[in-house]
Write a protein that binds this ligand. Sequence first.
Ligand SMILES: *Cc1c(COP(=O)(O)O)cnc(C)c1O
Length: 358
Amino acid sequence: MVEISITKALPEQLKKKPAPDAQLGFGKLLTDHMFLMDYQEGEGWKNPRIEPYHSLALDPAALVLHYGQEVFEGLKAYRWPNGEVYLFRPRMNYERMNRSAKRLCMPALNVEFALQATRQLIGLEKDWVPSAPGTSLYIRPNMIAVEAALGVQLSKKYLFYIILGPVGAYYPQGFNPVDIYVSEKYIRAARGGLGEAKTLANYAASLLAAEEAHERGYTQVLWLDAIERKYAEEVGTSNIFFFSNNELITPPLHGTILPGVTRDSVMHLARSWELKVSERMIGLDEVISALESGKSLEIFASGTAAVISPVGKLAYRDKTYVVNNGKVGPLAQKLYDHIMGIQYGKIKDPYGWMERVA
Ligand SMILES: *Cc1c(COP(=O)(O)O)cnc(C)c1O
């Protein structure tokens, strides 16, 4: 299973690449090729191949379409000033994908092989990696159950594929705080559920709450725990951090929270700067009383897409609170600069986080 067969797109099939200064947005453009491989129970993964980007032919009874057996990942490739292309801690993504797959009773990938496939695909699509500040090539690995059957059951066949697309800077107008709405009505995940897996059901569960937050003028939802609806869990599809009294707090991984690669990197850096880092439950009452007392408090989210997303305003039970005067706090700024600096090869990477691909 080591040899990946490659079918290149014909010159007339190649898409037009965006201009170097184009507004790329997120996920609107996809590159010319994709990686695919098949899984059959009893045989394992087979037929790894790179092909021209194409639609999938699925049986209408494919199990993913009915019972949601799917897991995915999201990571980025960054172009360095010397033209080389690097990935940020990509092993963590495939290890997490395997944990997600296990929760959904799906087969594990060979992490090294998945990385090799990712590198080979990006190598072929190297010219698609943009170079304007803050831009990158987004990588979306996906695994779906493709056996055709109408009863609820485990699929015996799966498809794994990787698609790529150039994405723009998350903050084209500069690094800005977002307004978030605390959801008491809806929850994203309960203990024992799917919250720690990157699987489609979690995102389906989040859409209505996000819609209602948007209607009220907020960018993101702050999710609370499912039982007491009291403890902060995540923001939108990112992890959450609070910084007050020299303590950086983030909710613990109790099964409802996605273990973010950025979350782990934030904690790592904060510890290296000798901040106290606590993984503990943090109640909204604690947050609100800090906001009401005027104590210094930073709130920010972390994730691959935006790296760090500072919170400028928080709405909770018909009241809105301004956080850190609506400004980007010093810790959020320092983490943002540092992580982006490492990702784009502008500052030294003492942790071996970056892996060269092309
Ligand atoms: C992907 C994701 C994150 C962030 O994870 P990163 O590895 O840092 O990108 C956080 N929460 C949810 C729900 C996610 O889907």
